[in-house]
Design a binder for this molecule. Structure first.
Ligand SMILES: Cc1cc2nc3c(=O)[nH]c(=O)nc-3n(C[C@H](O)[C@H](O)[C@H](O)COP(=O)(O)O)c2cc1C
Length: 195
């Protein structure tokens, strides 16, 4: 699965993990459904489809890494992004951080801190975890990283606690309160992305 066009590709949706049966992939499914209900276009992206080397290896420039260029180009085509991020040891996943670091690199000819994958784009952050806190500590760190690369992160945020029992068999959130919060977040990201 690379990009899956579902209408006009306004929102880019991705999970920050790789686990089969990922709760955050389920949550991204709910984000996608919320976007559809609001009449918004959305595109789902699977991070593991992009085989990125570990960032920071000896003088590897992004221009030498086609997969990083391809991922950065997808971000570059979207005005608004929603990330569902698992929490590992109180922070973002290594996979997500690696991808963000690659995309923060300038291509040949770009200014050193152009941040074209992020700069002034609207981001929304959600998380799901089987833990009681739902991965909220990781989202604070993700917000910090994205702000550093000049993204605009909406203040709305959603962490789903005890997420192993938060979805029904069709993958929907069973708690209408969380569903409402998710719709508010999607609306906010889309509004900021369109400004
Ligand atoms: C090494 C390791 C560290 C973890 N650290 C955290 C953590 O800090 N906070 C948390 O909520 N869950 C933590 N977990 C649990 C996972 O984040 C949790 O199972 C969640 O379901 C992962 O998201 P996913 O289902 O989308 O993969 C950790 C799991 C592992 C294997």
């Amino acid at each position: 699965m690379r990009e899956h066009a579902m209408a006009q590709p306004d929102l880019l949706l991705l999970a920050g993990g790789i686990r089969s049966g990922s709760l955050n992939e389920k949550l991204i499914g709910c984000v996608s459904e919320a976007a559809r209900s609001l009449g918004l276009g959305a595109t789902r992206l699977t991070l593991s489809d992009y085989r990125l080397p570990l960032f920071g290896a000896d003088a590897l420039s992004i221009d030498e890494v086609p997969e990083a260029l391809a991922l950065k180009a997808v971000f570059g085509r979207h005005d608004a992004v929603i990330i569902a991020s698992p929490e590992h040891n109180g922070s973002v996943t290594a996979m997500l951080k690696n991808a963000l670091d690659w995309m923060s690199c300038p291509n040949a000819g770009e200014a050193p801190q152009a941040y074209i994958a992020f700069r002034r784009k609207a981001f929304g952050l959600v998380s799901a975890s089987s833990s009681p806190f739902g991965g909220m500590r990781g989202l604070s760190q993700l917000r910090h990283i994205l702000t550093t690369v000049q993204a605009l992160v909406v203040p709305e945020q959603l962490s789903v606690p005890h997420a192993h029992r938060a979805f029904d068999e069709a993958g929907r959130l069973t708690d209408p309160f969380l569903t409402g919060l998710l719709a508010d977040l999607v609306r906010s990201v889309a509004g900021l992305g369109r400004r």
